[in-house]
Design a protein around this ligand. Sequence first.
Ligand code: ADP
Length: 745
Amino acid sequence: MLTTPHRPTSLAVLTSGGDAAGMNAAVRAVVRSALHEGMQVHGVKEGLRGLVQGGDAIRLLSSGDVGGILQQGGTVLGTARCAEFRTREGRRQAAHHLVERGIDALIVVGGDGSLTGANIFREEWPGLLDELVDAGEIERGRADAHNRLTLVGMVGSIDNDMFGTDMTIGADTALHRITEAIDAIRSTASSHQRSFVIEVMGRHCGYLALMSALATGANWVLIPENPPDTDDWEESMCRALTAGRSIGRRQNLVIVAEGARDRHGSPITAEHVKAVLEERLGEDTRVTNLGHVQRGGSPSAFDRYLSTVLGYAAVQQVLTAPGAEAQLIGIREHQIISSPLMACVRQTQAVADVIAAGDYGTAMAMRGGSFTDSFDIIRTMVRAHPRATAAETERLRLAVLHAGGPAPGMNTAVRVAVRVGLDLGHTMLAVRNGFRGLRDGDVDELSWMDISGWVARGGAELGTSRHVPAEVDLAAIAGQIEAHRIDGILMIGGWAGYASAHLLHTRRSEHAALGLPIVCMPASINNDLPGSELSIGADTALNNIVANVDKIKQSAVASGRCFVVEVMGRHCGYLALMSGLATGAERVYLPEEGVSLSDLEEDLEALRIGFREGKRLGLVIRSENVDPVYTTSFIRALFEREGGHLFDVRESILGHIQQGGDPSPFDRIQATRLASTCVEYLIEQVGAGEPQSAFIGLRRGKIRFTGLDRFQALTEQEAHRPLEQSWMSLRPVAQIMAGPGPARG
Ligand code: ADP
């Protein structure tokens, strides 16, 4: 008879199926979280094959064994296909190899195939142990002590095709690789006025194709879930591309998902698209198949963060519900959640079946709202001319401006806002240099092609300024709003922009013109704005920090070096904490917490112990405004002096590289979604009896608006940051990942 499962004391972790960037970060997180819980943890080499082989393929891991793997692409544990695991005999051997080591919990990072196989193993486990006892291979007592296998899965797959998680491990990195490649192709395509057909991975899922098209401003996209409407889809594609040429577009970029098909289910290949462009349009066309480049390289900041929190949660899941139905740990609506694993696998396979059956409406609906919204936005963006649907009398004049520091993604947002507005028949006005420009009447009209190429451009073409209007400016601003007949304002920017918009809004009783609807869209690398878990630009900044800290760490040729790295953030520790998680820092100083002399003494002591026990490299991240006295130089000098001969210390203030560079795919995609929703909101408000003003944001992964009059109630006015910051709950995970002990990384 089966007894109640006990709390597992020993677990095994493996990576299986296609490799995905972030798998190493997940393994590292599982190992360090399990050790923190006092468990033993084993790494299994070569996926499920290692379970079948046993011996050296399954070995105990220490915290130091997973040091330095966070930034590595692929999987250091290895992955392999395994035919034996598909047989009961293979799985019987696997059970033997686990139970003889006292392991009865398994964490698998893999695709739906691996997770299905692992679940079969879990279901058979009690029977497999009985067989082993009957064959005299293990003792009955041992079998009884491990009568249940606890299985927890995480999805490692670049396709982002799995239910139970909004993002799979590796998908964001793949988008980075694809976006970098297409940005590069765009410049050569544009130089030669060529057409390029780019094939990206995704046999049943158009996620990578759709999102990379959105992120790169591609001119046409073909995905499995939504085949072209008509039989002669080639004709509609050619018409759109010809129209683009006629308005001066220098390149055509067509993205084709591996599994793209027409209405009848016949595959659409990149070669076919090339032939069409050459024959029907006489275009000089090249095909690029991005192939395995998409899988490779160092994981993005998001994949490192995601894998770390998922790995931590997987261990918690093993401990909270040992022996229970297998669970899948994923991220949904910005929250880490667990769901029954097999239900997720079944739903995932159902989409593939629906596509195969030609029921494309259902396939799109099953992908969810943001997938369909993204597809609709692309349809607007690829047009060569606006549809101008608004009636003459309903045409509005909408202004776009920036305020605050520059944030990568600002240009992307302006491009979308302008095209969506023009497409609906409105006039779009650019205000240069923020609210100062508005005061001075620095306003001009933007046309469809004025913002061509802005999707991928860093910086802020319209100019931005931290100037918040003074009382005396308000009358001038009201005057300009009247003079330019501005009906609504979209402010894309940071704290200064929110404060300025709020000021205008509160003075509308004194200046009637200030009563127009204003919508603020969060664009700041600091991620310090209310009403949104994320602001545009923060992801790019994080990736900039992570890439540079990776290099800084590599520069430590000699052992015994500690780096003190200062990052931006103004009064918000988001960049510091997230970059600490993503680079494996042992200590992060946040402005929300401050730092005291005794903190520094404790940290120094921990460093001394670490280096004495063999640690080779130390990393401390300090947010720029943690403390006016305990500056980065101060901490460097203190650690240097007190570290003595054990270690030396270098400081690095990353500075403005954090604000620069081309926006990351995530920032481009979110900027696109938010800006398009903002323009729709403004139009709706102008038409409303009592127009509202608001800030837009992503909350629990969804786009939501908050009334602009709540700005002060939701923020710490002195510290310039929101009262609630959900990312603060990640501090314990960061601590566990750093933990005590030598040879961190
Ligand atoms: P992915 O995990 O990326 O979907 P695969 O489908 O190739 O990759 O599966 C990886 C491995 O998982 C297979 O080589 C096999 O060992 C195991 N596996 C997959 N499906 C099953 C199954 N139905 N039963 C047992 N093992 C399976």
